[in-house]
Write a new protein. Structure first.
Length: 296
């Protein structure tokens, strides 16, 4: 299926098409949704994290060379290549920086989310930057539904009630081109209609049981996307991160919005992105975002 390309002048027709694809396929790819300038800002945040890790490795005598001249999609791998046991699998607790506010609370994106989830919007407490390393099991994501996690790992939180079906949309954005070779995701279109299926624990992730997955694998499609594009997908979509067989890192960001009138089924409540019921709970600015934390 052809991806859509964002076009502000064609907004209403696009939103209708997004809704239809979302219902039938469970996902939609929108090309050129974010400005490249925003993507560059987010990459800069990631580069600063890599700088900090390089400094630490050097200070501890683990590496002699901080490899400053290596490109964005290689440096972290070069630094940890011979010590993958120390490599970061993801960054999630350190994303409260202004540039990520611009991404997570992006007005255009929240407008789209509001069309499908309503005006009470929460940034779900699961937002992650992933450096997917070449041929390393540590960043290999197995076939799963996010709904499988929330059900299995539910921790009974705030309101005392858990929901079985989340009104939630996952967002996935690449920081470098995501290709079959560097381990782009695969989806099984329509699998969101199967409800939450059985998963088994496979450290550190969970995996859909083979009896459910195997007959559907023939329908899997590659989700190849470029920086600036976004992938929106249903929380019940069967998805998987293929092994990265390139020599470069596949950097990406994933996050989720939920109807904020639902509980999160977690200890953490996430952050209110839009609300008519509780306008004062909305994270108003990058400065406020920087003061908050992911344990909220
Ligand atoms: O980035 C990947 O390969 C997988 C991401 C994922 O599982 C998710 O966004 O829910």
């Amino acid at each position: 299926m052809q991806p859509l390309t964002w076009d502000e002048t064609n907004r209403e027709a696009l939103l209708k098409e997004i809704g239809e694809r979302f219902d039938t396929q469970g996902y939609v790819i929108i090309r050129q949704f974010f400005d490249q300038a925003l993507i560059e800002q987010v990459k800069l945040v990631c580069s600063e994290k890599v700088d900090a890790l390089a400094d630490k490795l050097k200070a501890n005598g683990v590496v002699e060379d901080a490899m400053e001249r290596e490109p964005f999609d290689k440096r972290l791998y070069r630094l940890f290549k011979d010590r993958m046991d120390l490599a970061p699998k993801s960054f999630d607790h350190t994303l409260h920086v202004a540039e990520l506010y611009e991404l997570f609370f992006n007005r255009k994106l929240l407008d789209v989310m509001a069309c499908f989830l309503g005006e009470e919007l929460r940034l779900y407490p699961n937002y992650t930057v992933r450096p997917k390393f070449p041929l390393w099991e540590g960043t290999h994501v197995l076939w799963h539904q996010d709904g499988g996690y929330t059900k299995r790992k539910s921790q009974h939180v705030d309101s005392g009630t858990e929901v079985d079906t989340f009104r939630m949309i996952n967002v996935w954005a690449p920081l470098v081109p995501a290709t079959k070779q560097n381990g782009c995701m695969q989806f099984i279109p329509g699998s969101h209609k199967l409800g939450v299926v059985e998963h088994v624990d496979k450290e550190p992730y969970i995996e859909i049981v083979a009896s459910v997955l195997a007959p559907l694998l023939k329908d899997a499609v590659d989700i190849e996307v470029d920086p600036g594009d976004i992938v929106l997908f249903n929380n019940l979509m069967f998805h998987y991160g293929q092994p990265n067989t390139s020599d470069r890192i596949r950097w990406s960001v994933d996050w989720r919005y939920q109807d904020a009138t639902q509980p999160t089924n977690r200890w953490t409540r996430g952050h209110i992105a839009r609300s008519r019921l509780e306008p004062f709970a909305v994270v108003q600015s990058a400065t406020e975002w920087e003061k908050l934390c992911s344990w909220h």
